[in-house]
Ligand binder design. Structure first.
Ligand SMILES: NC(=O)c1ccc[n+]([C@@H]2O[C@H](COP(=O)([O-])OP(=O)(O)OC[C@H]3O[C@@H](n4cnc5c(N)ncnc54)[C@H](OP(=O)(O)O)[C@@H]3O)[C@@H](O)[C@H]2O)c1
Length: 302
């Protein structure tokens, strides 16, 4: 047998093996029931990108938002249905979860994404502004988490993915309240993982860096820009903190990481994604406070 004949036979065999493997994979995927994910805050940004990503990956997607009646595109995606859900409203959470469970049979993954950022001068913030920020980013996330637990326990397990932030483990100037919410989400979730593990419910934290979304535009609540006492720090911080509106990483990058975190069955809990999150979080871990604070001051010109 010549070398050419051997090579041809080997390549034919490899082709056959690949064909059989593809056939087996499509058979297994046809036999495996689709997983269902419920995502909060899907009208824009990371939540919206997550709907596209999970749908493309073959999940059933319960895309929830405050005003589904205003949404014209997401409902047309494969295996995707829209539901009204405001994370500050327990009734709307229960209604959306009941409807999604009825439509799809289960909720295997909850993605707690809804949230926004208050920034600016703390002294100038009203009780209402502070409360609303915590009602959404912290208590809203807790409400949806609490509603998902009995459903997941009854079905034998699931995954809860919290869209936290690199700002849940470090802090920048003039984001005191926003950081307060994201640090709360980190501590809450890290503790919760232990009590949910016996029910096979995994809790994961996705920690985005600077991501180009409406976070820096329509969703932003900026307070105290008019306060003369803080003019210098406000002007300096504004130059740095609004950069991601132009230069931030794409929301699709975070969406892919959310799905990876949802699938992850190992012990890893935190998934930093999007520059500068992985690098800054590593520095925050390694450097003493004094050195890290000096780096932050220098980068803001403070
Ligand atoms: N962009 C970043 O650089 C960045 C970095 C780290 C973490 N994050 C986090 O990523 C998450 C998503 O933000 P994004 O960047 O994608 O910003 P975004 O485009 O402004 O999206 C925020 C989403 O949250 C929704 N939302 C706000 N309040 C809600 C409520 N009470 N109930 C239900 N939905 C509500 C908004 O819905 P409406 O249309 O109804 O307002 C919107 O769909 C947030 O938790 C944010 O803190 C963002």
């Amino acid at each position: 047998m010549s070398i050419t004949t051997v090579a041809r036979s080997a390549s034919a065999l490899a082709g056959l093996v690949m064909g059989v493997a593809r056939l087996v994979a499509s058979f297994v995927s046809a036999m495996t029931p689709r997983k269902t994910v419920l995502i909060t805050g899907t009208s824009s940004g990371i939540g919206r990108a997550a709907v596209h990503h999970f749908s493309a990956k073959g999940y059933n997607v319960a895309a929830t938002m405050r005003r589904p009646e205003a949404e014209t595109a997401l409902g047309a995606l494969a295996n995707t249905k829209l539901y009204a859900l405001d994370v500050t409203d327990n009734d709307s959470i229960e209604r959306a979860m009941d409807a999604a469970s009825k439509d799809f049979g289960a909720i295997d993954v909850l993605v707690n994404n809804a949230g926004y950022g208050v920034d600016g001068v703390f002294e100038a913030m009203t009780d209402e502004t502070i409360a609303k920020q915590f009602e959404t980013n912290v208590f809203g996330l807790m409400k949806t988490t609490r509603a998902a637990i009995p459903r997941m326990r009854a079905q034998g397990g699931g995954a809860i993915v919290q869209v936290a932030s690199m700002g849940g483990r470090l802090a920048f100037p003039l984001f005191s309240i926003y950081h307060g919410t994201k640090w709360a989400v980190e501590g809450f979730s890290e503790s919760l993982q232990y009590e949910l593990a016996p029910f096979n419910i995994r809790v994961k934290l996705v920690e985005p860096g600077a991501i180009k979304t409406d976070f820096y535009g329509r969703s932003r609540v900026f307070v105290g820009g008019e306060r003369a006492e803080y003019r210098s720090i406000v002007e300096k911080a504004e130059k740095v903190s609004q950069g991601p509106a132009q230069t931030g990483a794409p929301a699709e990058l975070v969406a892919a990481t959310i799905e990876r975190a949802a699938r992850h069955t190992g012990r890893r809990m935190r998934f930093a994604v999007g520059a500068p999150a992985p690098m800054l979080l590593a520095l925050r871990r390694l450097l003493p406070d004094s050195l890290f604070f000096a780096i932050v001051r220098a980068s803001y010109g403070l």
